[in-house]
Design a protein around this ligand. Structure first.
Ligand code: CP
Length: 354
């Protein structure tokens, strides 16, 4: 299996996913067998945004495989603070490391970075767009807890507009048969159009509801999310949305006995503390699973040899993406790349409709 760059979970085939899950299971049960599997390899973790789980699980994953880690957790401590472009940073780091993991607040930054990387590149979250390795943790946890990732009724609740994890996960689960989605949010924070368009095109059923009570008794999986304070223009706008959805013990009483509650974490006030002790709450397991599945991913990517050069791209004639959070608005040299699906056009970086 050769995954060159991981921008979204959808680039992993079902066969590759099965291999990765089996590898993660084996690593979990026989850690000594893999203790030197990445000896001599260096991973760079470039975090332009805060992270606990993704950053630390990637770092411990590489260390448990015998490799080493370089990088930054705060771009202010790197030459990014002096104005260095994303392109130059990636070109430089891909000469030092064998694999690059990056989180960046700009939507589409992962695809942009992958254009200039000479080594395998992993998206650890690009703004409110995608978070494929969180999806790997989610899907791996569903496989172990529900025994399947198909024919499920899945509720996604909270900030569906800005929550990159629900975008990646909806895509991943939409590729499995028989799943139905309940999108539980306020109108202001509803699922973006590029995700609902995709579901409609694939004729996958979904419902938009405004309260948890309307559907909690139907659900096999409830995926709670935090209201993404850092993506709001003002404190006032954030306050209008926070605290609308809170999963309580009383709400859990109405749910199925085999419901699985997931959350990418961190959580703030959207799940009552007493729900943590409910055996249906699987979010701490989900976070730990993230380490094993990332170990499997690193192992599958770190043997790809460094390319001597990357492709060169012409400078763009104009900026085509109107999304103010798109990386093309901040890194003006990025080539103009448009994806066409039927008669619609999308920005290849952030996937907004053009
Ligand atoms: N789930 C997740 O991405 O958590 P962190 O922001 O702590 O990495």
């Amino acid at each position: 299996m050769k995954i060159e760059h991981l921008i979204d979970f959808s680039s992993i085939t079902p066969e590759e996913w099965n291999i990765l899950c089996n590898l993660a299971d084996d690593i979990r049960h026989k850690p000594a067998k893999y203790a030197d599997a990445c000896r001599g390899k260096v991973m760079a973790t470039l975090f332009y945004e805060p992270s606990t789980r993704t950053q630390l699980s990637f770092q411990t994953a590489m260390q448990r495989l015998g490799g080493t880690v370089i990088g930054f957790a705060d771009p202010q401590n790197s030459s990014v603070s002096k104005g260095e472009s994303l392109r130059d940073t990636i070109k430089i780091v891909s000469g030092y490391a064998d694999i690059i993991v990056m989180r960046n607040p700009k939507e589409g930054a992962a695809y942009a970075a992958s254009l200039y990387s000479r080594v395998p590149f992993i998206n650890a979250g690009d703004g409110g767009h995608l978070h494929p390795t969180q999806t790997m943790a989610d899907m791996y946890t569903l496989r172990s807890t529900k025994g399947r990732t198909d024919h499920l009724k899945i509720g996604m609740c909270g900030d569906l507009l800005n929550g990159r994890t629900v975008h990646s996960l909806t895509r991943a689960l939409s590729a499995r048969p028989g799943n139905h989605f309940y999108f539980i949010s306020t109108p202001e924070l509803s699922m973006p159009e590029y995700i609902t368009d995709m579901l409609e095109e694939k004729q996958i059923s979904y419902s938009k509801v405004s309260t948890l009570d309307e559907c909690i008794n139907e659900l096999d999986v409830l995926y709670m999310t935090r209201i993404q304070k850092e993506r709001f223009a003002s404190e006032e706008e954030y306050r209008a949305q926070s605290g609308v959805y809170v999963l309580t013990k009383e709400k859990m009483d109405a749910a199925k006995s085999d419901l699985v509650v997931l959350h990418p974490l961190p959580k703030v006030d959207e799940i009552d503390y007493e729900v943590d002790d409910d055996p249906r709450a699987k979010y701490f397991l989900q976070a730990e699973n993230g380490m094993y599945i990332r170990m499997a991913l690193i192992l599958s990517m770190c043997d790809i040899p460094r390319k001597s050069v990357t492709q060169t791209y012409p400078l763009p004639k104009k900026q085509v993406c109107s999304n103010p959070r798109c990386i093309t608005r901040f890194e003006p040299y990025l080539p103009e790349i448009v994806d066409r699906v039927g008669d619609k056009q999308f920005c290849a970086y952030c996937e907004h409709k053009i």
